[in-house]
Design a protein around this ligand. Sequence first.
Ligand code: ADP
Ligand code: MG
Length: 175
Amino acid sequence: MSFTAPPPSPAPTAPLTWVAQHEDDTARLAQRLAAAMRAHPAWADALLTLRGDLGAGKTTLVRHLLRALGVSGRIKSPTYALVEPYTLPALGQPPLPAWHADLYRFDHPREWEDAGLRELFASAGLKLVEWPEKAGDLLPMPDLDLHFHLDGDDTRRIVLTASTPRGAALRDALA
Ligand code: ADP
Ligand code: MG
């Protein structure tokens, strides 16, 4: 007698890996995320964290994502400002706000209050956060985490892990 177990179905929290061999592939991931958010604007009211070494491609993905959501002005890296505000013309009327934060230089919990970060993370909008680990447990649980790994000159392996139903919906829209 033989018994064959059915293949395991992917768990709702199974991470998705996106291999980007060139920056264009990272742009395509951003465009797919943007398309999912345009189709379901509620999914854009979310916290996305971006982890990985310097130069891994976090800011690059954010730029392509904000562009694909209709941001037309300059998108600069918020390393010194900590956070840059945007509005997303493609998402709703009035347009949904977005914030791009880079917490690389964040080092004191008091800055969380002083820089208005506590309020920011409590309000509606798309929050894109580089170096979330610098905030420790001040940062709420992300809907979707994108972890960038350098696999070669231009190759980046991006592992997407959802922690909420909203994050899982976004991740599943990419597959
Ligand atoms: P981080 O914000 O993670 O420090 P950046 O996005 O500022 O990194 O820099 C990534 C650099 O790597 C950019 O100069 C970008 O053009 C380059 N790059 C090369 N290949 C890729 C790729 N596949 N995805 C994203 N960026 C890439
Ligand atoms: Mg960066």
